[in-house]
Design a protein around this ligand. Structure first.
Ligand code: HEM
Length: 517
Protein backbone atom coordinates (compact mmCIF):
# COMPACT_ATOMS: atom_id res chain seq x y z
CA UNK A 1 0.00 0.00 0.00
CA UNK A 2 1.42 3.39 -0.98
CA UNK A 3 2.41 5.74 1.75
CA UNK A 4 -0.17 8.45 2.42
CA UNK A 5 -3.06 6.53 0.86
CA UNK A 6 -5.60 5.35 3.44
CA UNK A 7 -6.87 1.82 3.35
CA UNK A 8 -10.63 2.07 3.00
CA UNK A 9 -10.88 -0.63 5.75
CA UNK A 10 -8.77 1.31 8.26
CA UNK A 11 -11.05 3.31 10.57
CA UNK A 12 -10.46 7.10 10.34
CA UNK A 13 -10.48 9.39 13.37
CA UNK A 14 -13.99 10.53 12.32
CA UNK A 15 -15.45 7.08 12.01
CA UNK A 16 -13.88 5.97 15.32
CA UNK A 17 -15.50 9.02 16.88
CA UNK A 18 -18.79 8.08 15.29
CA UNK A 19 -18.57 4.53 16.70
CA UNK A 20 -17.83 5.91 20.15
CA UNK A 21 -20.66 8.38 19.84
CA UNK A 22 -23.16 5.71 18.76
CA UNK A 23 -21.96 3.40 21.53
CA UNK A 24 -22.22 6.22 24.07
CA UNK A 25 -25.69 7.31 22.87
CA UNK A 26 -26.79 3.67 22.91
CA UNK A 27 -25.51 3.27 26.45
CA UNK A 28 -27.33 6.45 27.53
CA UNK A 29 -30.56 5.23 25.94
CA UNK A 30 -30.19 1.79 27.55
CA UNK A 31 -29.33 3.31 30.92
CA UNK A 32 -32.25 5.73 30.82
CA UNK A 33 -34.55 2.87 29.77
CA UNK A 34 -33.25 0.78 32.66
CA UNK A 35 -33.69 3.75 35.00
CA UNK A 36 -37.19 4.42 33.62
CA UNK A 37 -38.07 0.74 34.11
CA UNK A 38 -36.67 0.90 37.63
CA UNK A 39 -38.69 4.06 38.38
CA UNK A 40 -41.80 2.45 36.87
CA UNK A 41 -41.31 -0.61 39.06
CA UNK A 42 -41.07 1.62 42.15
CA UNK A 43 -44.33 3.47 41.43
CA UNK A 44 -47.27 2.67 43.72
CA UNK A 45 -49.62 0.06 42.20
CA UNK A 46 -52.61 1.12 40.13
CA UNK A 47 -55.07 -0.17 37.53
CA UNK A 48 -53.72 -0.82 34.02
CA UNK A 49 -53.80 2.22 31.72
CA UNK A 50 -53.63 2.77 27.96
CA UNK A 51 -50.44 3.62 26.05
CA UNK A 52 -49.61 7.39 25.96
CA UNK A 53 -52.91 8.63 27.42
CA UNK A 54 -52.64 6.44 30.54
CA UNK A 55 -55.87 6.46 32.56
CA UNK A 56 -57.48 9.41 30.73
CA UNK A 57 -60.39 7.37 29.38
CA UNK A 58 -60.79 5.43 32.63
CA UNK A 59 -61.26 8.45 34.86
CA UNK A 60 -64.65 8.24 36.60
CA UNK A 61 -67.21 10.73 35.30
CA UNK A 62 -69.07 10.86 38.66
CA UNK A 63 -68.39 9.89 42.29
CA UNK A 64 -64.63 10.02 41.65
CA UNK A 65 -63.70 9.72 45.34
CA UNK A 66 -65.82 6.59 45.79
CA UNK A 67 -64.55 4.96 42.58
CA UNK A 68 -60.93 5.67 43.60
CA UNK A 69 -61.68 4.13 47.01
CA UNK A 70 -63.05 0.98 45.34
CA UNK A 71 -59.92 0.74 43.16
CA UNK A 72 -57.74 1.25 46.25
CA UNK A 73 -59.25 -1.88 47.79
CA UNK A 74 -57.34 -3.75 45.08
CA UNK A 75 -54.24 -1.58 44.80
CA UNK A 76 -53.66 -0.38 48.36
CA UNK A 77 -53.57 2.83 50.38
CA UNK A 78 -51.25 4.57 47.89
CA UNK A 79 -52.51 4.25 44.33
CA UNK A 80 -50.85 5.54 41.18
CA UNK A 81 -52.68 6.75 38.09
CA UNK A 82 -51.23 8.49 35.05
CA UNK A 83 -53.03 10.88 32.76
CA UNK A 84 -51.23 12.15 29.65
CA UNK A 85 -47.85 11.60 31.29
CA UNK A 86 -48.75 13.21 34.62
CA UNK A 87 -48.72 11.08 37.77
CA UNK A 88 -51.64 11.18 40.19
CA UNK A 89 -51.26 9.66 43.65
CA UNK A 90 -54.44 8.87 45.61
CA UNK A 91 -54.01 8.59 49.38
CA UNK A 92 -56.71 6.26 50.68
CA UNK A 93 -55.97 6.29 54.42
CA UNK A 94 -55.58 8.86 57.19
CA UNK A 95 -52.11 7.50 57.98
CA UNK A 96 -50.83 7.99 54.43
CA UNK A 97 -52.28 11.53 54.31
CA UNK A 98 -50.67 12.46 57.64
CA UNK A 99 -47.32 10.79 56.80
CA UNK A 100 -46.98 12.65 53.52
CA UNK A 101 -49.00 15.89 53.64
CA UNK A 102 -48.55 16.71 57.35
CA UNK A 103 -45.14 15.28 58.16
CA UNK A 104 -43.40 16.05 54.86
CA UNK A 105 -44.79 19.56 54.40
CA UNK A 106 -41.63 20.76 52.65
CA UNK A 107 -42.29 18.39 49.77
CA UNK A 108 -46.09 18.35 49.61
CA UNK A 109 -47.31 21.93 50.13
CA UNK A 110 -47.32 23.06 46.52
CA UNK A 111 -50.36 23.04 44.24
CA UNK A 112 -50.28 21.95 40.61
CA UNK A 113 -51.01 24.44 37.87
CA UNK A 114 -54.80 24.46 37.45
CA UNK A 115 -55.22 25.61 33.85
CA UNK A 116 -59.03 25.63 34.08
CA UNK A 117 -59.06 27.80 37.22
CA UNK A 118 -56.45 30.12 35.70
CA UNK A 119 -58.66 30.58 32.66
CA UNK A 120 -61.60 31.30 34.96
CA UNK A 121 -59.51 34.00 36.68
CA UNK A 122 -59.02 32.10 39.95
CA UNK A 123 -55.22 31.94 39.61
CA UNK A 124 -54.56 34.25 42.56
CA UNK A 125 -57.02 32.46 44.88
CA UNK A 126 -55.06 31.22 47.92
CA UNK A 127 -56.46 27.72 47.46
CA UNK A 128 -54.81 27.42 44.03
CA UNK A 129 -51.60 29.41 44.55
CA UNK A 130 -48.24 27.71 44.07
CA UNK A 131 -46.20 27.42 47.27
CA UNK A 132 -44.07 30.57 47.54
CA UNK A 133 -43.99 34.25 48.45
CA UNK A 134 -47.50 35.18 47.26
CA UNK A 135 -48.91 32.10 48.99
CA UNK A 136 -47.23 33.13 52.28
CA UNK A 137 -48.69 36.65 52.08
CA UNK A 138 -52.25 35.41 51.41
CA UNK A 139 -52.09 32.58 53.93
CA UNK A 140 -50.84 34.96 56.60
CA UNK A 141 -53.71 37.41 55.87
CA UNK A 142 -56.28 34.60 56.15
CA UNK A 143 -54.79 32.97 59.23
CA UNK A 144 -54.54 36.23 61.14
CA UNK A 145 -58.23 37.03 60.56
CA UNK A 146 -59.63 33.50 60.91
CA UNK A 147 -57.47 32.12 63.74
CA UNK A 148 -59.01 29.98 66.49
CA UNK A 149 -58.71 32.98 68.81
CA UNK A 150 -60.05 35.64 66.40
CA UNK A 151 -63.18 33.68 65.37
CA UNK A 152 -64.44 34.10 68.94
CA UNK A 153 -65.33 37.69 67.87
CA UNK A 154 -67.76 36.37 65.25
CA UNK A 155 -69.80 34.09 67.49
CA UNK A 156 -72.47 36.67 68.37
CA UNK A 157 -73.01 37.49 64.69
CA UNK A 158 -73.13 33.77 63.78
CA UNK A 159 -75.75 33.18 66.49
CA UNK A 160 -77.89 35.99 65.06
CA UNK A 161 -77.51 34.61 61.52
CA UNK A 162 -78.44 31.09 62.71
CA UNK A 163 -81.62 32.37 64.36
CA UNK A 164 -82.49 34.33 61.23
CA UNK A 165 -81.94 31.12 59.24
CA UNK A 166 -84.37 29.20 61.47
CA UNK A 167 -86.98 31.95 61.26
CA UNK A 168 -86.67 31.97 57.44
CA UNK A 169 -86.96 28.17 57.30
CA UNK A 170 -90.07 28.19 59.50
CA UNK A 171 -91.74 30.87 57.40
CA UNK A 172 -90.77 29.77 53.90
CA UNK A 173 -92.06 27.25 51.39
CA UNK A 174 -89.97 24.03 51.13
CA UNK A 175 -88.59 24.87 47.69
CA UNK A 176 -86.86 27.91 49.24
CA UNK A 177 -85.10 26.10 52.13
CA UNK A 178 -81.82 25.64 50.29
CA UNK A 179 -81.81 29.29 49.27
CA UNK A 180 -82.05 30.34 52.91
CA UNK A 181 -79.28 27.95 53.93
CA UNK A 182 -77.13 29.47 51.20
CA UNK A 183 -78.04 32.92 52.47
CA UNK A 184 -76.85 31.92 55.95
CA UNK A 185 -73.47 30.71 54.60
CA UNK A 186 -73.02 33.75 52.37
CA UNK A 187 -74.28 36.17 55.03
CA UNK A 188 -71.59 35.09 57.49
CA UNK A 189 -68.81 35.52 54.93
CA UNK A 190 -70.08 38.92 53.75
CA UNK A 191 -70.13 40.19 57.33
CA UNK A 192 -66.60 38.94 57.96
CA UNK A 193 -65.06 40.00 54.67
CA UNK A 194 -66.92 43.22 53.93
CA UNK A 195 -68.97 44.06 57.05
CA UNK A 196 -72.13 43.64 54.98
CA UNK A 197 -75.36 42.12 56.32
CA UNK A 198 -77.62 40.41 53.79
CA UNK A 199 -81.25 41.39 54.24
CA UNK A 200 -82.81 40.69 50.86
CA UNK A 201 -82.95 38.03 48.18
CA UNK A 202 -81.70 40.50 45.57
CA UNK A 203 -78.41 41.18 47.36
CA UNK A 204 -75.46 41.39 44.92
CA UNK A 205 -73.41 39.00 47.04
CA UNK A 206 -76.09 36.30 46.73
CA UNK A 207 -75.98 36.71 43.00
CA UNK A 208 -72.20 36.26 43.08
CA UNK A 209 -72.35 33.19 45.31
CA UNK A 210 -74.89 31.58 42.97
CA UNK A 211 -72.43 32.12 40.19
CA UNK A 212 -69.68 30.35 42.16
CA UNK A 213 -71.93 27.36 42.93
CA UNK A 214 -72.82 27.09 39.28
CA UNK A 215 -69.21 27.19 38.11
CA UNK A 216 -68.12 24.64 40.75
CA UNK A 217 -70.95 22.28 39.85
CA UNK A 218 -70.08 22.42 36.14
CA UNK A 219 -66.33 21.88 36.36
CA UNK A 220 -65.85 18.66 38.39
CA UNK A 221 -63.23 17.95 41.07
CA UNK A 222 -60.18 20.27 41.12
CA UNK A 223 -57.35 19.36 38.78
CA UNK A 224 -59.48 16.84 36.88
CA UNK A 225 -60.46 18.83 33.80
CA UNK A 226 -58.93 17.68 30.48
CA UNK A 227 -57.75 21.31 30.20
CA UNK A 228 -55.55 20.78 33.27
CA UNK A 229 -53.78 17.86 31.62
CA UNK A 230 -53.75 19.22 28.08
CA UNK A 231 -53.74 23.04 28.18
CA UNK A 232 -53.71 23.28 24.37
CA UNK A 233 -57.42 22.41 24.51
CA UNK A 234 -58.10 26.01 25.58
CA UNK A 235 -57.62 27.01 21.93
CA UNK A 236 -60.41 24.69 20.78
CA UNK A 237 -64.16 25.43 20.70
CA UNK A 238 -66.28 23.99 23.58
CA UNK A 239 -67.81 21.32 21.31
CA UNK A 240 -64.33 19.82 20.69
CA UNK A 241 -63.80 16.60 22.71
CA UNK A 242 -62.17 17.53 26.04
CA UNK A 243 -62.74 21.28 25.63
CA UNK A 244 -66.29 21.54 27.04
CA UNK A 245 -65.13 23.56 30.07
CA UNK A 246 -64.15 26.38 27.70
CA UNK A 247 -67.88 27.06 27.49
CA UNK A 248 -67.97 27.68 31.27
CA UNK A 249 -64.85 29.88 31.00
CA UNK A 250 -66.38 32.03 28.27
CA UNK A 251 -69.74 32.35 30.03
CA UNK A 252 -68.45 33.22 33.52
CA UNK A 253 -64.98 34.75 33.37
CA UNK A 254 -66.07 38.41 33.44
CA UNK A 255 -68.62 37.83 36.25
CA UNK A 256 -65.92 36.10 38.29
CA UNK A 257 -63.73 39.19 37.95
CA UNK A 258 -66.52 41.18 39.62
CA UNK A 259 -66.05 39.08 42.76
CA UNK A 260 -62.54 40.55 42.95
CA UNK A 261 -63.58 44.14 42.40
CA UNK A 262 -66.97 44.56 44.09
CA UNK A 263 -66.16 43.97 47.80
CA UNK A 264 -63.14 46.29 47.90
CA UNK A 265 -64.91 48.97 45.85
CA UNK A 266 -67.92 49.04 48.18
CA UNK A 267 -65.90 48.97 51.42
CA UNK A 268 -63.73 51.84 50.13
CA UNK A 269 -66.84 53.89 49.33
CA UNK A 270 -68.23 53.18 52.82
CA UNK A 271 -64.87 54.03 54.39
CA UNK A 272 -64.81 57.38 52.56
CA UNK A 273 -68.35 58.09 53.80
CA UNK A 274 -67.39 57.06 57.36
CA UNK A 275 -69.93 54.19 57.24
CA UNK A 276 -67.72 51.11 56.93
CA UNK A 277 -68.40 48.31 59.44
CA UNK A 278 -65.49 46.31 60.93
CA UNK A 279 -64.33 43.70 58.42
CA UNK A 280 -61.33 41.88 56.93
CA UNK A 281 -61.12 44.38 54.06
CA UNK A 282 -61.42 47.43 56.32
CA UNK A 283 -58.73 46.14 58.69
CA UNK A 284 -56.36 45.52 55.78
CA UNK A 285 -57.10 48.94 54.24
CA UNK A 286 -56.32 50.62 57.54
CA UNK A 287 -52.94 48.85 57.70
CA UNK A 288 -51.99 49.65 54.10
CA UNK A 289 -49.85 52.56 52.98
CA UNK A 290 -50.96 55.17 50.44
CA UNK A 291 -50.59 53.85 46.87
CA UNK A 292 -49.98 50.21 47.93
CA UNK A 293 -51.06 47.52 45.44
CA UNK A 294 -54.61 46.33 46.12
CA UNK A 295 -54.52 43.15 44.00
CA UNK A 296 -53.40 40.89 46.87
CA UNK A 297 -56.20 42.17 49.09
CA UNK A 298 -58.81 41.73 46.35
CA UNK A 299 -57.68 38.14 45.80
CA UNK A 300 -57.53 37.25 49.51
CA UNK A 301 -61.08 38.60 50.02
CA UNK A 302 -62.44 36.85 46.91
CA UNK A 303 -60.90 33.57 48.13
CA UNK A 304 -62.80 33.80 51.41
CA UNK A 305 -66.06 34.08 49.45
CA UNK A 306 -65.16 31.37 46.97
CA UNK A 307 -63.84 28.87 49.50
CA UNK A 308 -66.18 29.60 52.41
CA UNK A 309 -69.71 29.72 51.03
CA UNK A 310 -70.36 26.63 48.94
CA UNK A 311 -68.60 24.32 51.41
CA UNK A 312 -70.64 25.54 54.39
CA UNK A 313 -73.89 25.58 52.39
CA UNK A 314 -73.37 22.04 51.08
CA UNK A 315 -72.45 20.68 54.52
CA UNK A 316 -75.63 22.11 56.05
CA UNK A 317 -77.70 20.64 53.22
CA UNK A 318 -76.02 17.28 53.94
CA UNK A 319 -77.12 17.71 57.58
CA UNK A 320 -80.72 18.31 56.44
CA UNK A 321 -80.56 15.21 54.24
CA UNK A 322 -79.23 13.14 57.16
CA UNK A 323 -82.06 14.37 59.41
CA UNK A 324 -84.72 13.51 56.80
CA UNK A 325 -83.33 9.98 56.63
CA UNK A 326 -82.74 9.62 60.41
CA UNK A 327 -85.67 10.85 62.51
CA UNK A 328 -84.34 8.77 65.43
CA UNK A 329 -81.26 11.05 65.57
CA UNK A 330 -83.52 14.10 65.76
CA UNK A 331 -85.43 12.52 68.65
CA UNK A 332 -82.21 11.92 70.58
CA UNK A 333 -80.91 15.43 69.88
CA UNK A 334 -84.25 16.92 70.99
CA UNK A 335 -84.08 14.99 74.25
CA UNK A 336 -80.51 16.12 74.91
CA UNK A 337 -81.28 19.76 74.12
CA UNK A 338 -84.43 19.75 76.26
CA UNK A 339 -82.49 18.30 79.21
CA UNK A 340 -79.58 20.76 78.96
CA UNK A 341 -81.16 23.98 77.64
CA UNK A 342 -84.88 23.52 78.33
CA UNK A 343 -87.54 25.33 76.31
CA UNK A 344 -87.23 28.84 77.73
CA UNK A 345 -84.25 30.01 75.71
CA UNK A 346 -82.38 29.38 72.45
CA UNK A 347 -79.00 27.59 72.26
CA UNK A 348 -75.76 29.54 72.57
CA UNK A 349 -72.10 28.65 72.01
CA UNK A 350 -71.63 28.23 75.76
CA UNK A 351 -73.88 25.12 75.58
CA UNK A 352 -71.60 23.23 73.20
CA UNK A 353 -69.64 21.10 75.64
CA UNK A 354 -72.87 19.97 77.35
CA UNK A 355 -74.36 18.58 74.11
CA UNK A 356 -72.20 15.59 73.05
CA UNK A 357 -74.92 14.02 70.91
CA UNK A 358 -75.41 17.24 68.90
CA UNK A 359 -71.61 17.33 68.55
CA UNK A 360 -71.80 13.77 67.20
CA UNK A 361 -74.37 14.90 64.62
CA UNK A 362 -71.97 17.62 63.42
CA UNK A 363 -69.00 15.20 63.23
CA UNK A 364 -71.14 12.60 61.48
CA UNK A 365 -72.42 15.16 58.95
CA UNK A 366 -68.79 15.97 58.06
CA UNK A 367 -67.92 12.25 57.78
CA UNK A 368 -71.01 10.57 56.33
CA UNK A 369 -70.92 12.57 53.08
CA UNK A 370 -67.87 14.88 53.04
CA UNK A 371 -68.54 18.09 51.07
CA UNK A 372 -64.97 18.18 49.71
CA UNK A 373 -64.50 14.44 49.10
CA UNK A 374 -61.13 14.56 47.31
CA UNK A 375 -59.72 17.67 49.00
CA UNK A 376 -57.71 19.95 46.73
CA UNK A 377 -54.68 18.24 45.18
CA UNK A 378 -51.25 18.99 46.61
CA UNK A 379 -48.21 18.73 44.33
CA UNK A 380 -44.87 17.02 45.08
CA UNK A 381 -41.93 19.40 44.47
CA UNK A 382 -39.35 16.59 44.44
CA UNK A 383 -39.18 12.81 44.14
CA UNK A 384 -40.08 11.07 47.39
CA UNK A 385 -40.03 7.48 48.59
CA UNK A 386 -42.78 6.20 50.92
CA UNK A 387 -42.68 2.58 52.13
CA UNK A 388 -40.38 1.78 49.20
CA UNK A 389 -42.72 3.38 46.64
CA UNK A 390 -41.73 6.31 44.42
CA UNK A 391 -43.82 9.46 44.32
CA UNK A 392 -42.40 11.29 41.32
CA UNK A 393 -41.73 15.05 41.41
CA UNK A 394 -44.70 16.93 39.93
CA UNK A 395 -47.30 14.29 40.95
CA UNK A 396 -50.78 15.49 41.91
CA UNK A 397 -51.40 14.12 45.40
CA UNK A 398 -55.06 13.72 46.43
CA UNK A 399 -56.15 12.98 49.99
CA UNK A 400 -59.26 10.86 49.51
CA UNK A 401 -61.31 12.29 52.39
CA UNK A 402 -64.31 10.15 51.42
CA UNK A 403 -62.16 7.00 51.62
CA UNK A 404 -60.83 7.97 55.05
CA UNK A 405 -64.45 8.40 56.16
CA UNK A 406 -65.24 4.89 54.97
CA UNK A 407 -62.24 3.19 56.62
CA UNK A 408 -63.78 0.20 58.41
CA UNK A 409 -60.75 -0.18 60.66
CA UNK A 410 -61.56 3.26 62.17
CA UNK A 411 -65.34 3.68 61.71
CA UNK A 412 -67.63 0.73 62.38
CA UNK A 413 -70.41 0.37 59.80
CA UNK A 414 -69.01 3.41 58.02
CA UNK A 415 -71.87 3.96 55.56
CA UNK A 416 -74.42 4.38 58.36
CA UNK A 417 -75.19 7.75 59.97
CA UNK A 418 -74.50 7.04 63.63
CA UNK A 419 -73.62 10.07 65.83
CA UNK A 420 -73.15 7.85 68.93
CA UNK A 421 -69.92 6.50 67.44
CA UNK A 422 -68.07 9.57 68.79
CA UNK A 423 -69.32 9.22 72.37
CA UNK A 424 -66.82 7.71 74.79
CA UNK A 425 -67.21 3.99 75.58
CA UNK A 426 -69.37 2.34 76.90
CA UNK A 427 -72.14 4.78 75.84
CA UNK A 428 -70.60 5.03 72.36
CA UNK A 429 -67.66 3.63 70.41
CA UNK A 430 -65.05 6.31 71.10
CA UNK A 431 -64.31 6.73 67.37
CA UNK A 432 -62.24 9.78 66.33
CA UNK A 433 -63.90 13.06 65.40
CA UNK A 434 -63.86 13.87 61.71
CA UNK A 435 -63.06 17.58 61.86
CA UNK A 436 -59.35 16.72 61.76
CA UNK A 437 -59.88 15.16 58.31
CA UNK A 438 -62.70 17.11 56.63
CA UNK A 439 -60.61 20.29 56.36
CA UNK A 440 -57.57 18.74 54.69
CA UNK A 441 -53.94 18.35 55.67
CA UNK A 442 -50.56 19.94 56.21
CA UNK A 443 -49.61 23.48 55.33
CA UNK A 444 -52.59 23.73 52.96
CA UNK A 445 -55.18 22.83 55.59
CA UNK A 446 -58.38 24.91 55.31
CA UNK A 447 -57.84 28.41 56.74
CA UNK A 448 -61.58 28.71 57.44
CA UNK A 449 -61.85 25.55 59.59
CA UNK A 450 -62.57 27.28 62.93
CA UNK A 451 -65.04 29.68 61.37
CA UNK A 452 -66.77 26.87 59.48
CA UNK A 453 -66.91 24.65 62.55
CA UNK A 454 -68.68 27.39 64.52
CA UNK A 455 -71.08 28.25 61.69
CA UNK A 456 -72.07 24.61 61.29
CA UNK A 457 -72.50 23.97 65.00
CA UNK A 458 -74.67 27.00 65.73
CA UNK A 459 -76.85 26.40 62.65
CA UNK A 460 -77.30 22.69 63.47
CA UNK A 461 -78.09 23.20 67.16
CA UNK A 462 -80.47 26.11 66.43
CA UNK A 463 -82.40 24.05 63.87
CA UNK A 464 -82.53 20.99 66.13
CA UNK A 465 -83.63 23.01 69.15
CA UNK A 466 -86.62 24.53 67.40
CA UNK A 467 -87.60 22.48 64.36
CA UNK A 468 -88.52 19.03 63.18
CA UNK A 469 -87.45 17.94 59.73
CA UNK A 470 -89.79 15.41 58.11
CA UNK A 471 -90.28 13.73 54.75
CA UNK A 472 -92.24 15.46 52.05
CA UNK A 473 -95.18 13.64 50.41
CA UNK A 474 -95.78 13.40 46.68
CA UNK A 475 -99.17 14.17 45.07
CA UNK A 476 -100.42 10.66 45.76
CA UNK A 477 -99.59 10.98 49.47
CA UNK A 478 -96.53 8.72 49.24
CA UNK A 479 -93.50 9.60 51.36
CA UNK A 480 -90.56 10.94 49.35
CA UNK A 481 -87.30 9.40 50.51
CA UNK A 482 -84.42 11.39 48.99
CA UNK A 483 -81.42 9.48 47.67
CA UNK A 484 -78.24 10.18 49.56
CA UNK A 485 -76.17 11.02 46.49
CA UNK A 486 -74.03 14.10 45.91
CA UNK A 487 -72.86 16.06 42.87
CA UNK A 488 -69.19 15.79 41.88
CA UNK A 489 -67.48 19.16 41.98
CA UNK A 490 -64.90 21.25 43.79
CA UNK A 491 -67.43 20.93 46.56
CA UNK A 492 -70.18 18.29 46.42
CA UNK A 493 -73.84 18.99 47.10
CA UNK A 494 -76.81 16.69 47.84
CA UNK A 495 -78.91 16.11 44.74
CA UNK A 496 -82.18 15.94 46.67
CA UNK A 497 -83.15 17.47 50.03
CA UNK A 498 -86.93 17.63 49.61
CA UNK A 499 -88.46 17.83 53.10
CA UNK A 500 -90.74 19.79 55.42
CA UNK A 501 -89.20 21.90 58.19
CA UNK A 502 -91.72 22.94 60.82
CA UNK A 503 -91.58 24.34 64.40
CA UNK A 504 -91.05 21.61 66.99
CA UNK A 505 -93.52 23.23 69.38
CA UNK A 506 -95.44 26.46 69.91
CA UNK A 507 -92.82 27.46 72.51
CA UNK A 508 -89.97 26.90 70.08
CA UNK A 509 -91.74 28.94 67.41
CA UNK A 510 -92.36 31.78 69.84
CA UNK A 511 -88.71 31.80 70.94
CA UNK A 512 -87.54 32.24 67.34
CA UNK A 513 -90.21 34.77 66.33
CA UNK A 514 -89.60 36.88 69.42
CA UNK A 515 -85.78 36.66 69.25
CA UNK A 516 -84.08 40.01 68.89
CA UNK A 517 -82.52 39.52 65.46
C1 HEM B 1 -67.74 23.01 55.89
C2 HEM B 1 -66.94 23.94 55.46
C3 HEM B 1 -65.59 23.70 54.84
C4 HEM B 1 -64.98 22.54 54.45
C5 HEM B 1 -65.52 21.11 54.55
C6 HEM B 1 -63.68 22.90 53.91
C7 HEM B 1 -62.76 21.98 53.42
C8 HEM B 1 -61.54 22.33 52.88
C9 HEM B 1 -60.58 21.39 52.34
C10 HEM B 1 -60.74 19.88 52.32
C11 HEM B 1 -59.53 22.10 51.86
C12 HEM B 1 -58.28 21.54 51.17
C13 HEM B 1 -57.15 21.39 52.18
C14 HEM B 1 -55.93 20.72 51.59
O1 HEM B 1 -55.45 21.13 50.55
O2 HEM B 1 -55.45 19.72 52.17
C15 HEM B 1 -59.82 23.50 52.09
C16 HEM B 1 -58.98 24.53 51.73
C17 HEM B 1 -59.27 25.86 51.95
N1 HEM B 1 -60.37 26.38 52.60
FE1 HEM B 1 -61.89 25.33 53.38
N2 HEM B 1 -63.54 24.25 53.97
C18 HEM B 1 -64.67 24.78 54.54
C19 HEM B 1 -64.92 26.12 54.81
C20 HEM B 1 -64.07 27.16 54.57
C21 HEM B 1 -64.28 28.53 54.95
C22 HEM B 1 -65.49 29.05 55.74
C23 HEM B 1 -63.21 29.25 54.47
C24 HEM B 1 -62.90 30.73 54.58
C25 HEM B 1 -63.69 31.67 54.96
C26 HEM B 1 -62.32 28.33 53.79
C27 HEM B 1 -61.14 28.66 53.19
C28 HEM B 1 -60.25 27.75 52.62
C29 HEM B 1 -59.03 28.13 51.94
C30 HEM B 1 -58.51 29.55 51.73
C31 HEM B 1 -58.41 26.95 51.53
C32 HEM B 1 -57.09 26.80 50.77
C33 HEM B 1 -55.92 26.81 51.75
C34 HEM B 1 -54.59 26.70 51.03
O3 HEM B 1 -54.54 26.26 49.88
O4 HEM B 1 -53.56 27.07 51.63
N3 HEM B 1 -62.86 27.07 53.89
N4 HEM B 1 -61.03 23.61 52.72
Amino acid sequence: MAHGVEDSHTPTFMSVGLYYFIAFAGAVVVLSLVQQRRRQSLLPPGPPGDPVIGHLLRMPSTDSALVFHQWSRTYGPLMHLKVLGRSMIILDTYQAAVDLLDKKGLIYSDRPKFTLYELLGWNSYLAFLRYGKQFNIHRQMHQAYLSRHKVEDFKAMQTQEARMLVRNLMESAPERYEKFVSRFATGIITQIVAGHQITSDTDSYLHMSNMIYEVMAKTGPPGSSPLDFFPLLQHFPPWFPGAKHMGVVRAWRSSIRELYEFPLRTVKQQQAAGEAMPSFILEQLEQMKEGEDMEELKAAAATMFGAGEATTWSTLCIFILAMILHPECQDKAHKEIDAVIGNLRLPEFGDRSGLPFVEGILQETLRWQPAVPLGIPHCAVEDDIYHGMLIPKGSLVFSNIKAIALDESVYSNPTSFYPERYLPKPAGKGEPNFNNVAFGFGRRICTGQYLADNSLWIAIVSILATCRITNMMDESGKIIVPESSLTDGLSSHPRDTRCIISPRSADAEALIMEANI
